[in-house]
Ligand binder design. Structure first.
Ligand code: ACO
Length: 325
């Protein structure tokens, strides 16, 4: 019996040209390179000047479409994971679809699950592919977090960056086991008991503005390693594999100490854990597709590799995906 899977056939990413190093941050708030590097692993982050979310999304998506060797007209669904859309409404995904030349009538929507946004979005798109509702989907994670950053708060402003990543997935046939190509399993979670540990200070309905990111860093830190490990472990269990089978773990890039903690919890050697936080900081929903695309582009991640994506973010939300490239 054949089994429908979603295969990643294209990847893309884009970051704004303006880079703020830790030394630049030290001119904005009372901080220094040593503190930021040792506590977070971040050395620099990209921030937008005149560009908006749809610009970043468009550029990452264009690269993914070219890389997939398809035309925008082949796309049956556009999902954009973000907490920093261009406008409150309509969805930025719809604007991006139009910019790309996606055919009229194609469903497009934004998805809000904070740093887990891309894992949620890829799960939704994969489910639609496997149900036979669509063949080809463009899944984007894009953020302009610099627009919801309080640039006077050293506790948060050093952590975040702007950027976008995208993948094109397409239906393919498999056998239904872990040797298949494509998404083998996914598992997503949320728990609103932690709503106030990491959120914005306001929002449309509450304050008629977007607010700024605020968080209880210690609470987030405590929860993150367990949640990231759970997302990975449960997705691996569904796929019928163990950590020993995987080529790479790609965790959400929040903090090097969290990333290393998850790697240790899953007993993975350092070289199997993807890290790109030094140059980007935490780009929320963009973090996983940005790292995935960078590492596929430089051939660190190759065709046939078994990769586990795992994320955790505001909500809290978390989840994992097992994918054979
Ligand atoms: N530069 C210099 N000093 C700073 C800075 C800064 N940028 N920020 C805070 N400090 C100070 C604090 O004021 C405090 O000083 P005090 O002792 O005089 O009061 C001191 O550094 C220690 O602060 P802590 O909060 O104890 O530092 P900690 O080791 O917990 O690290 C951090 C803080 C990096 C935020 C950590 O808690 C963390 O990584 N939490 C996870 C949060 C995270 O990654 N959030 C991202 C979004 S969530 C997600 O993506 C999963």
């Amino acid at each position: 019996m054949t089994y429908i899977r979603s295969e990643i056939i294209g990847h893309g990413h884009y970051t704004p040209k303006k880079v703020l190093t830790n030394d630049d941050m030290a001119k904005i708030v009372d901080t220094n390179d040593e503190w930021i590097t040792t506590r977070t692993g971040i050395k620099a982050r990209c921030v937008v000047e005149t560009e908006v979310n749809s610009d970043l999304s468009y550029k990452a998506a264009m690269m993914a479409i070219k890389n997939a060797n398809i035309s925008a007209e082949d796309i049956d669904l556009v999902v954009l994971a973000t907490v920093t859309p261009d406008y409150t409404t309509p969805a930025t995904a719809i604007k991006v679809a139009n910019m790309l030349g996606v055919k009229s009538g194609t469903p497009a929507f934004d998805l809000s699950a904070a740093c887990s946004g891309f894992v949620y979005a890829l799960t939704m798109a994969d489910n639609m592919v496997r149900l036979g509702q669509i063949k080809t989907a463009l899944v984007i994670g894009a953020e302009t977090l610099s627009k919801i950053t309080d640039w006077t708060d050293r506790n948060t402003c050093v952590l975040f960056g702007d950027g976008a990543g995208a993948v094109v997935i397409r239906a393919c046939e498999g056998k239904g086991d872990a040797t298949d190509t494509g998404i083998l399993a996914s598992k997503i979670y949320s728990d609103g008991a932690h709503f106030d540990n990491l959120r914005t200070t306001g929002g449309v309905s509450v304050s008629q503005n977007a607010g700024f990111v605020m968080m209880d860093g210690k609470e987030v830190f405590k929860y993150a390693i367990g949640a990231l490990a759970q997302g990975a472990e449960e997705a691996m269990k569904i796929a019928g594999i163990t950590a020993e089978d995987i080529d790479f773990l790609l965790p959400h890039q929040a903090n090097i100490r969290i990333i290393e903690g998850v790697g240790k919890k899953l007993e993975l050697p350092e070289e199997k854990v993807i890290v790109n936080i030094a140059g980007h900081g935490n780009t929320s929903a963009a973090s996983i597709p940005l790292a995935l695309s960078e590492k596929m582009e430089d051939s660190t991640i190759k065709k046939g590799d078994l990769v586990v994506l795992t994320s955790m973010g505001a909500g809290f939300t978390w989840g994992g995906i097992v994918v054979r490239i």
